[in-house]
Structures are given as structure tokens and as C-alpha cells.
Design a protein. Sequence first.
Length: 215
Amino acid sequence: MDLLALLANIKVALAGDYRMIWPHDSKGEFTIKSFYTVLCEGSSDIDFPVDVIWRSKAPTKACFLTWAVPKGKVPTEDMLKRRNFNLASRCPMCRQEEEMADHLFIYYTGVSGLWYLSCALLGPDWVQPHTSGEVLTAWRRRTKRGWLQGIPLAIWWSTWKERNQQIFEGKARSYPEFKLYFLKTLYSWSQAINDGTYLNFWDFVDKINIDSARA
């Protein structure tokens, strides 16, 4: 139908105040939040668990790493190859599979052990998700208490630090040492949200069991 024909039947009141109305907000006001919601309609990004990352008490570097992993922004060898770097890709941790983000942070035997260890501390059985984004979403659903949601960040940060140590320093921790490094990382972060009360390491492990019962 012709636009002029549509407008012909519309009567405009000359009196009164006029203002622009943003149709995607209940008050008719434009906000960045409502604009972002419109942009993300139909996109999986709207379900991205940003609260797990940015509301944690982890160091900023660890938060950025955790944000980058599901986005495919971590400089693993598969990402560098997509940018036309010619590399003989091999995971520095297992030295068997190609180094890919999901392999390094989910499927590699050592990091899988950390996931199962964490779930053993928390109680529930763990069904391993297929992608790193699904890991964060599943963990957010499983744990509601603040610092427990930082466990994925501690796992991935410990894994990334171990990976870089093996590549750039030629040093590798044994699996028991790697597991202890993860627990100590989580322990050091937990002190920031412990209401000023110092816990020794073993009291911290007991706190995991107590808080997980409330999660």
C-alpha cells in the first residue's frame, strides 16, 4: 500500500506536548540495557553467564581469560592457525591432541580431573558439557552462592598458568601438584570474601563442604 494513502487517515493533534518513545522499554525511554536486549534477541549471547565471571572475586586477568575462552579469543594454537600462523599444533599438556580451547579447558585429562574433584567437593554428579560456554551456564545453575561460582575461573586460570609454564619455562607440575595448585588458587581468592575472617587451608576445605550443602 502507498505510504501517502496510509498517512491520509491519520489525524495529528496540534495541541499538546510531543516526545519520542522507545518501544522496547516499559517507560518508553531509551536505555542501553533495553538496546542491548534488542540486539541480542535470537542470539545465544543473551544467555552468556556474565555474572559468574564479573561478579566473582577472581583477579581481573582471570576474569578476562574466562570471558575469552567461550568467545574463542584465547591464543591457543587453533586460534593462531585461523589467523594464518603456520604451527604444528599439539596440546602442551597432554602432548597428544591438537591444542584447542575446549580440549585444553574441558577435555584434557588433567583439567577433567579438576572438574570431577570440584564436583566431588560440592556433592552433585557432574555431566561434562560439550563447550566452554555450556560449562559456565551449567555451573551457574548448579551453584547459587557467590564464591562457589568462582570455581570454573580458578580451574581455567590454573590450567592457563600451567600451560604457559610448560611452554615458556619448560617446567611441568605432576597431577597431584597441579591439583594442589588449583585448590590453593581457589583458597587465595576465597579470602577476599570471607568477611575478614582468616581461614587456614584445611578450614577452607571444610567451608567448601558447608557452603555446598547450602548451594
